[in-house]
Structures are given as C-alpha cells and as structure tokens.
Design a binder for this molecule. Structure first.
Ligand code: COA
Length: 173
C-alpha cells in the first residue's frame, strides 16, 4: 500500500492511499518507464527483458491499479552461481522514501529464494549513500569494492562512458 500525502496547501492536505502489486516487467511497460532513465537505458532494459524470457534474469515492476510501473529492478542469475544479483533498481522520483524500494528488494529476495539460492548481492556506487543506507537497513553487509563502467546518455543526447567505484554488498537469505 502506497500512501501519498499532499502538504502543498496547509488548509487542504490530502492523503491518497494507492494499492500496489509486484509482477514481472513486460516490454509493453517500457513506454511508461521513461522516468527510470534515458532512451539508451530503456533500450538496455528491453534487451534484459529478452534475457528474462530466457530465464537468465528476473525483471520486476511495482505497479499501480492503472498498471503504471512506479518502481523497477532486475535480478541477474548469471553473475554468480550461488546468488541472485540485484541491479538497476529505481523508484519513480516523486514516490521515493515511501517504502517502494524496500518492497522491491524484498520481492527480489523472494524470487531468489524461489530459485533455491540463499544469497542476494548487489553493487552500489560509493557516491550513492542514500541507496547504500537503504541496503544496510535491509541487512546487506559490505564485503568489498570494485570499479564498474557503463555507457550513459547525457541531457545533450550524447553517450559517454561512466566510470565509478562500487561497494559490493550481500545478504544471506
Ligand atoms: C535507492 C532507491 C531505489 C530507494 O527506493 P525508495 O523507494 O526511496 O526506498 P524506501 O522508501 O524503501 O526507503 C528509503 C527511505 O525512505 C524511508 N521510508 C520508507 N517507507 C517510508 C514511509 N512509508 N514514509 C516515510 N518514509 C519512508 C526509509 O526509512 C528510508 O529512509 P532513508 O532515506 O533515511 O534511508 C530510490 O531512492 C531510487 O530510485 N534512487 C535513484 C536510483 C538509485 O540510486 N538506485 C539504486 C542503485 S544501487
């Protein structure tokens, strides 16, 4: 259940309660996921959905009653034989800090357990302390650091290589 409180006008506060559910992200959802990243990013997610169809990854969505995805994230089963690797987790910016990230992580852990695996792991950028704090709150423990790099489309439409250092975290399920 997602609760949105409108405090913009003190005299007319409105609380909206929206039921949400978790399901697999589908190719037809991608046009409504532009909030999660650039066109390049969405093309990348589309390729991951082909891998999901082959069983190599799960790609989850939290969606509202009008079938609008408000949080998405993947689990890759090919990074490690013993663990599911959480990646590309994102919550619609306007709905962050309301528990959706927590719900998505827990749903991902359930998928990992369903495959008979007993560990969830992830890499979080060192300069993303908010995400790292969330994973620590959810009992993930840092066990190392590793450089990562990927192509990123800037606001000018140009693609650049993004190089960063990540903290590796894991949790036994
Ligand atoms: C990181 C991210 C996925 C977390 O999702 P989220 O929905 O904001 O996470 P949650 O709401 O579950 O938890 C975040 C915070 O909200 C708080 N919170 C949770 N439920 C809440 C509620 N009902 N009311 C108020 N606050 C709440 C949590 O205590 C937590 O507090 P913190 O900010 O002090 O850590 C999201 O912020 C995001 O998309 N960030 C940009 C992309 C990104 O960094 N992805 C991670 C890559 S590794």
């Amino acid at each position: 259940m997602l609760t949105v409180v409108n405090t913009a006008h003190e005299s007319t506060d409105v609380t909206v309660v929206i039921p949400v559910s978790v399901r697999d992200l589908l190719p037809r959802d991608l046009p409504t996921c532009t909030w999660s990243g650039s066109a390049t990013h969405l093309r990348h997610v589309e390729r991951e959905l082909a891998r999901a169809a082959a069983g190599e990854v799960d790609y989850l969505a939290i969606y509202t009653p009008v079938d609008l995805p408000v949080a998405i994230g993947g689990i890759d089963y090919q990074v490690s034989e013993e663990a599911g690797t959480l990646w590309q987790f994102a919550v619609l910016p306007a709905l962050q800090s309301r528990g959706l990230g927590t719900l998505l992580v827990r749903a991902a852990e359930q998928r990992i357990s369903n495959r008979g695996l007993h560990r969830a792991q992830l890499a979080v950028e060192e300069n993303n302390p908010r995400a790292r704090a969330l994973y620590e709150r959810l009992d993930y423990v840092a066990y190392g650091r590793e450089p990562h790099a990927w192509d990123e489309e800037g606001p000018d439409g140009l693609t650049r290589r993004h190089e960063t250092m990540c903290v590796l975290m894991r949790r036994d399920l």
